[in-house]
Design a protein around this ligand. Structure first.
Ligand code: NDP
Length: 278
């Protein structure tokens, strides 16, 4: 068969939903493709990428912990990937040049603004966490012209580095959790992975403004810890990160195929899969 071959590389990779999402998009758009989730050993990333494309592979998604390595490996980065120094989408052009892009941040902003109808413009934004995901999110976020972005993180230095790098795009400040005392925000984004271990993040009550929206990058069959905290603190709207997951995949699909699939039916399909697995 003449199916185009795609894959996601990561470690661990068992729980990846990307094959399901791209299969659903491919069906919608009538693109003949196969998409597999492949576990790559930690020291083997560069060889595995080269081997995949040499064997005729069309495109790769990259997930934890290889996004920075992927950015270093690509010969050409899109401006947003260069700014993020992280890549989740790779392809080779006709001349054999390896290109890298990042679609996570666009995925988050599209889910918030287009799907959920939240405003970012003029809002006081709080980002909790300063890992790789936040790196990808900051540029698309600043394009929406928030009033300000404040980043808090357990390791304060990581947040400060991000504020320095992205401060050229607008007002970005950083600090430890103690800087949240007596402050209010209109949009709070949880990009800390603490919830994966069943922990916080621990945020003071009273930081949510009257119409505050709260978005968790995490998702699960049940509301996450952060979502429950937000609801308990009278957030105006609360969402998990499943829409972001599907939107980042849709943007990667667009990068490869120049077609925009419908995302909402796939979000619904995934909700069913998560509920059945719980
Ligand atoms: P990283 O590992 O790069 O960063 C993790 C962040 O969480 C760091 O800021 C880290 O702080 C913080 N953290 C971890 N454990 C704790 C804890 N116990 N207490 C306080 N802070 C903690 O991960 P990513 O940035 O790549 O991803 C962040 C989260 O977003 C992940 O849970 C991931 O699953 C999710 N994600 C979801 C996406 C989606 O499509 N919905 C897309 C991308 C990511 P410190 O710097 O101090 O270690």
């Amino acid at each position: 068969t003449d199916k185009l071959r795609f894959a996601v590389f990561g470690n661990p990779i068992k729980h990846s939903r990307s094959p399901l999402i791209h299969a659903a998009f491919a069906k919608q758009c009538n693109v003949p493709l196969e998409y597999r989730a492949l576990r790559v050993e930690l020291g083997d990333f560069e060889r595995a990428v080269t081997a995949f494309f040499d064997a005729g592979g069309s495109g790769l998604n990259i997930t934890v912990p290889f996004k920075e390595q992927a950015a270093a490996l690509a010969a050409e980065l899109t401006p947003r990937a260069a700014r993020a120094t992280a890549v989740n989408t790779l392809w080779r052009d006709a001349d054999g040049v390896l290109h890298g892009d990042t679609t996570d941040g666009v995925g988050l902003v599209r889910d918030m603004v287009a799907n959920l109808g939240w405003r970012v413009q003029g809002m006081r934004v709080l980002i909790v966490g300063a890992g790789g995901a936040v790196r990808g999110v900051l540029e698309p976020m600043m394009r929406e012209l928030p009033d300000s972005v404040h980043i808090v993180n357990r390791t304060v230095e990581r947040a400060e580095t991000l504020a320095r790098e992205f401060g050229v795009l607008g007002k970005v400040t950083a600090g430890g959790y103690e800087t949240l005392t007596d402050r209010q925000f209109d949009l709070v984004i949880n990009a800390s992975s603490a919830g994966l271990q069943g922990e916080g993040p621990t945020l003071p009550a009273g930081i949510l403004s009257e119409r505050c929206c709260c978005y968790d990058l995490l998702y699960a069959a049940e509301p996450t810890l952060f979502m429950r905290w937000a609801a308990h603190n009278a957030a105006w709207a609360v969402s998990d990160g499943l829409g972001m997951l599907v939107e980042q995949a849709a943007e990667a699909f667009y990068v490869w195929h120049r077609q925009r699939p419908e995302t909402q039916p796939v979000v619904q399909q995934l909700r069913g899969v998560l509920a059945a697995a719980a």
